[in-house]
Ligand binder design. Structure first.
Ligand SMILES: Cc1ncc(COP(=O)(O)O)c(C=O)c1O
Length: 462
């Protein structure tokens, strides 16, 4: 780890920042946790205190916070070619190499034969997917096929299109969203949406019927695509019942509705396979990835485009003269060099195999936590999971959000040197760096358990 000056930041430095996803008035009074360095799966605050990063930042720092090889790859690229673009007949070797590497890794033949569109964030990748759906159906002479079906509690990002696809009300409030191209279906979360006594099979049949009914009501000719995260992250770590995607994909195919898989958090190993699409048997037409693509050391996203969609767009671009889309930083050399190195490390260290080996430690613990009196439900797959706190487990009744029970737990965890995240509904998420060792994972869980017991005592004392 490089030498760090731990002197606390002057208050005014912190006060200049318009914080994302924060109660802006609250943070004026209670300053943020200021992180100044990283070391393996830990981050270190301005006072020198260490925390296990139980969320890998925002589900993204797969290799932890001090992988020298990524720093070296970035430095080499900066010294060789710090910037170039891919507009109008140009390219650079790093982006070309990464595109080839990614298509080779793609989970289906249609994507392996397809192309990659680069952007800088998950939001932009999903935004671009929406634009490609429009471009594709226009080029196919079916200009009415533009609506996109998304699910409740989805998280797809914050651009106008991506936030519209997201199904979390506070992302829409005061932003005049969602835009009117979105249609919504129920998410596959049996804990909240299954009827009393309903089996997973009956529940997923009902969701498939809901989808079919929506398509019939709107008219299949008006619906261009369906978008889904294999495991819904920010909406509460929702792991679908095993048969869910197998039931909805034939319906989409029958109605010629494209499937956009949002693999922004599941891509590159989180679920115990390289892609969540492999874990859940999804065959996407478009697939968005970001985050762990560079282990989050540089901003980069990659949208995988099937051969059929690419071919249609390519023909249409001839007619238009040019394909009118691209970012100044699409396939930025620095980010591409970091991604290539990250992908090489993932292979050399068999990171997917490692996730499969350590995941049972997390998943067994989550199953145990489901028995705790404060926990209504727990769930997970691979190295992602969540516990959902409940005031009444049997009635599946959540706590009054004003009590801030989940926030209390997360503060206690932080006091014990563990960073976790609470999501709406007092859901506590786990998504550690993929390189976490079994011993580190057991330490993470021990700290969580202390926080859980303290929260339970606090709740009982009113
Ligand atoms: C599933 C999913 N899609 C898209 C995004 C948006 O990515 P970004 O924050 O890089 O724009 C996120 C961010 O957490 C995400 O979890």
């Amino acid at each position: 780890m490089a030498a760090v000056d731990f002197s606390p930041l002057a208050r005014k430095d912190v006060a200049s920042h318009f914080h994302p996803y924060t109660n802006l008035r609250a943070i004026e009074k209670e300053p943020p946790l200021v992180i100044v360095a990283g070391d393996g799966v830990e981050v270190i605050d301005e006072h020198g205190k260490r925390y296990i990063e139980g969320m890998a930042g925002l589900w993204c720092a797969a290799l932890g916070f001090s992988e020298r090889r990524l720093a070296e790859a970035a430095r080499r690229q900066m010294e060789t070619l710090p910037y170039y673009h891919s507009f109008s007949g140009k390219a650079h070797d790093t982006v070309a190499e990464l595109a080839a590497r990614l298509t080779a890794l793609a989970p289906t033949e249609a994507l392996r034969r397809g192309r990659i569109v680069f952007a800088n964030s998950g939001s932009e990748a999903n935004d671009t997917a929406v634009k490609l759906v429009r471009y594709y159906w226009n080029a196919r002479g079916r200009p009415h096929k533009k609506k996109i079906i998304a699910r409740g509690r989805a998280y797809h990002g914050v651009t106008l299109a991506s936030a519209s696809l997201s199904g979390i009300p506070m992302m829409h409030w005061h932003f005049d969203l969602p835009l009117d191209f979105v249609r919504r279906v129920t998410c596959p979360h049996p804990y909240h949406h299954a009827l009393d006594g309903e089996s997973d099979a009956a529940f997923t049949d009902r969701l498939a019927a809901e989808l079919e009914a929506l398509i019939e009501k709107e008219g299949a000719d008006t619906i261009g695509a369906f978008i889904a995260e294999p495991v819904q992250g920010a909406g509460g770590v929702i792991v679908p019942p095993a048969e869910y995607f197998a039931k909805i994909q034939p319906i989409l195919r029958r109605h010629e509705i494209l499937f956009i898989a949002d693999e922004v958090i599941t891509g590159f190993g989180r679920t115990g396979a390289r892609f969540g699409s492999q874990t859940f048997g999804i065959e996407p037409d478009l697939m968005t990835t970001a985050k762990m693509l560079t282990s989050a050391y540089a901003p980069l996203s990659a949208l995988f485009v099937s051969e059929a969609i690419y071919e249609t767009c390519a023909d249409a671009s001839v007619e238009a003269g040019v394909f009118g889309h691209g970012y100044t930083y699409s396939g930025h050399p620095l980010a591409c060099a970091v991604a290539l190195e990250a992908l090489a490390i993932y292979d050399e260290r068999d990171l997917v195999g490692h996730v499969c080996r350590v995941a049972p430690v997390l998943q067994d613990a989550l199953r145990r936590y489901a028995e705790h009196p404060l926990v209504g439900h727990s769930r997970g797959v691979g190295l992602i999971g969540a516990v959902e706190l409940a005031e009444d487990k049997v009635a599946r009744k959540p706590f009054d959000p004003k009590r801030g029970v989940g926030a209390f737990l997360v503060r206690r965890a932080q006091a014990h040197g563990l960073i976790l995240r609470v999501m709406a509904g007092d859901i506590i998420a786990f998504s550690p760096p993929l390189v976490i060792t079994e011993a580190e994972l057991r330490e993470l869980l021990a700290r969580f358990e202390r926080a859980l017991e303290e929260t339970w005592a606090w709740v009982r004392n009113g």
